[in-house]
Design a protein around this ligand. Structure first.
Ligand SMILES: C[S@@+](CC[C@H](N)C(=O)[O-])C[C@H]1O[C@@H](n2cnc3c(N)ncnc32)[C@H](O)[C@@H]1O
Length: 419
């Protein structure tokens, strides 16, 4: 269907979109159609308050639109920055050649770069449970790569390498690849799993190099993305995004709190630990709904939500408080975002309606109610089917390895316009 938002047959890994896997990514075709449909004829400036890997930022930049994204997950910020940062081809190729030479020297048994220690002196990071996730030889090879990347002075080049490093960490670890939460492979698989770390990162780098060149070729006009780590739930720094400065918000918020839906922090933990982000275990607690509020209060603007929370409360007080805490954060975030959108600007939210205790939470309607309360009017809500490839076949919201739950198979694209 020409106007379908499903895009089931389309390649979602064009440009830099295939740099690195990440849970619940927005598909570029959705971001792209939203920007084309709702951008202003005059000047444009896009904001994504949950930018993840930066899908909407990439699509803004290829249209010559400047963008700002924010995400509390350090890995997501590296991905979003690397996916939108231009590196001159000559520079990139010099660094890549130097890196491949460096790995070759290590395969031969020595380091050619004086600033990088020889193999016995390589500093292998220590973090909780590292030996549970990596074999000794994988750990050593990753440490060699890390020592090299840490010497790179240019932040853009370092980010480009760190993206490939992060994907390699995941692919060469003993984590099960078809789950977003961290679960170890079974012991039989562990015995036979012998990844070639150097060959793996070389292959990821080669493919990401092509992707970046493609992105740079498609970028018609100069445009830039900036990626930050502020939390729109508590406020938006006005020196970064002034009031009434944005005319397009294109985003896909989390489906619910990380503990019971998609655990972004847990998915990213091994990479964040290797990349030396302290406190990586606390990420999920800091994301929307991660901190529980003390008591449930009514939302003046959404009877739908009040009714649904009451239904859940009748079955589980604990789950009702969790759901309330998520939507309270979501409301505060929308109230703050509403202030930075210009008159006639659009907010496009791609959401899904998850089920808690048998109650389907109507996040599409709730999003509409929250924006209406903050000076927006509803334009339209589109529905799309989610490809089964985007979510793990076995989602484990219960935290029990491999325990399947009903998967969300639809998304709603809620379009609101600031009056
Ligand atoms: C559905 S994902 C976004 C995916 C993104 N559209 C993409 O294509 O990669 C939601 C993101 O929201 C982030 N997040 C959750 N709570 C947040 C908060 N309070 N502030 C900023 N980011 C948050 C998570 O870390 C996650 O990366």
């Amino acid at each position: 269907m020409a106007n379908s938002w499903d895009f089931t047959e389309e390649n979602t890994k064009t440009l830099t979109h295939g740099f690195h896997m990440y849970p619940a990514m927005m598909i570029p075709q959705v971001a792209s159609r939203l920007i084309d449909s709702f951008k202003s004829k005059k000047s444009n400036f896009l904001f994504d308050p949950y930018c993840g890997t930066g899908t909407s930022l990439v699509e803004a930049n290829v249209r010559g639109i400047d963008a700002i994204g924010t995400d509390l997950n350090p890995l997501a910020r590296i991905l979003a920055s690397a996916k939108t940062t231009v590196i001159e081809q000559k520079t990139l190729d010099l660094y890549l050649k130097d890196f491949y030479d460096h790995l070759f020297q290590f395969r031969m048994g020595f380091s050619k770069n004086d600033s990088i220690p020889i193999i016995d002196e390589i500093d292998i990071p220590h973090f909780s449970n590292i030996d549970f996730w990596f074999s000794k030889s994988v750990k050593q090879d990753l440490a060699i790569i890390k020592a090299y990347i840490d010497t790179l002075e240019s932040e853009s080049v370092r980010n480009f390498f760190n993206v490939a490093f992060s994907q390699t960490i995941r692919d060469c670890s003993w984590t099960r690849k078809n789950e977003f939460k961290l679960y170890k492979m079974d012991s039989e698989k562990v015995k036979t799993f012998k990844p070639n770390v150097f060959a793996h990162i070389e292959q990821v780098l080669k493919s990401n190099r092509f992707a970046l060149l493609d992105f740079m070729n498609q970028k018609r006009q100069p445009s830039i993305s900036h990626v930050y780590d502020f939390n729109t739930v508590s406020g938006i720094p006005l020196e970064i995004v002034p009031n009434r400065s944005v005319n397009l918000v294109v985003t896909s918020p989390p489906y619910g709190d990380s503990q019971t839906t998609v655990a972004y922090g847990q998915f990213s933990r091994l990479a964040n630990e290797w990349l030396s982000y302290s406190n990586s275990q606390a990420i999920d607690r800091n994301l929307m709904g991660g901190k529980k509020h003390e008591a449930i209060e009514r939302f003046d603007c959404s009877r739908t939500l009040n009714g649904q929370i009451a239904e859940i409360k009748a079955r589980s007080q604990k789950r009702a408080l969790e759901v309330y805490s998520f939507y309270k954060d979501y409301y505060d975030s929308i109230a703050n975002i509403s202030r930075i959108v210009k008159k006639n600007g659009h907010a496009c939210y791609v959401v899904s309606n998850r089920c808690v205790q048998g109650v389907t939470l109507k996040t599409d309607l709730i999003t509409k109610h929250f924006f209406e309360e903050n000076g927006f009017r509803h334009v339209q809500t589109f529905t799309r089917k989610i490809s089964s490839k985007r979510m793990p076949r076995k989602n484990s919201p219960t935290g029990i390895a491999g325990k399947a739950s009903t998967l969300m198979n639809k998304e709603y694209i809620v379009i609101m316009k600031k009056a």
